[in-house]
Write a protein that binds this ligand. Structure first.
Ligand code: ATP
Ligand code: MG
Length: 141
C-alpha cells in the first residue's frame, strides 16, 4: 500500500476563495504535504490528465472546466493515502457525498466538484509525476 496520493483543488474552489479552507482540511485530516503549487492547466494538459475519460460525454466540459482558471496541485502523504484522501473528499457527486467531506461542503455539482483524488496507487504515482519533478517532492521536514 503506497503512502502517497495526488490531489487538485479545482478551478471552481480556487475561484470561490476556498483554497485556504481546503488546504486546512488537508492538514487537519493528517496529510503531510510533500509539494503544492498553483498552476493553470492548458486544455491539452487537462486532456492528457483525464485521458481515461476521453470517450465519456462530459469530456469536453470536464477539460474546459479544468483549464478555465488557476488550480492547486498537491502531492500528499499519509498511511493508505489514496483511500484516506478519497474518504476525505467524498463522492464524485456532492449530493451523494457524506457529511463533513470536502465535496459536501465545497462542491456545487458533479462537474464542478472542488477537488480531485487519485483512484489507485498506480495512478497516484503517474499523476504526481505528471505535475512534479522529483526534486519538488520534499520528504524531510
Ligand atoms: P476525480 O478523478 O476528479 O477525483 P472522481 O474520481 O470522483 O473524480 P471520475 O469518475 O474520475 O470521478 O470523474 C472525473 C471527473 O469528471 C469528476 O470529478 C467530475 O469533475 C467529472 N464528471 C464525472 N462524471 C460527470 C458527469 N456525469 N457530468 C459531468 N462531469 C462529470
Ligand atoms: Mg477519478
Amino acid at each position: 500500500m503506497s503512502n502517497r496520493t495526488f490531489a487538485i483543488i479545482k478551478p471552481d474552489a480556487v475561484r470561490n476563495g476556498d483554497t485556504g479552507k481546503i488546504y486546512d482540511r488537508i492538514l487537519k485530516s493528517g496529510f503531510n504535504i510533500l509539494s503544492a503549487k498553483l498552476i493553470k492547466l492548458t486544455l491539452s494538459q487537462a486532456e492528457g490528465f483525464y485521458a481515461v475519460h476521453s470517450e465519456r460525454p462530459f469530456f469536453g466540459e470536464l477539460t474546459e472546466f479544468m483549464s478555465s482558471g488557476k488550480c492547486m496541485v498537491l502531492a500528499l502523504e499519509k498511511d493508505n493515502a489514496v483511500l484516506e484522501w478519497r474518504k476525505t473528499i467524498g463522492a464524485t457527486n456532492p449530493i451523494e457525498a457524506d457529511e463533513g467531506t470536502i465535496r459536501k461542503d465545497f462542491a456545487t455539482s458533479v462537474g464542478e466538484n472542488a477537488v480531485h483524488g487519485s483512484d489507485s496507487d498506480e495512478n497516484a504515482t503517474i499523476e504526481i509525476s505528471y505535475f512534479f519533478t522529483g526534486s519538488e517532492i520534499i520528504q524531510n521536514s
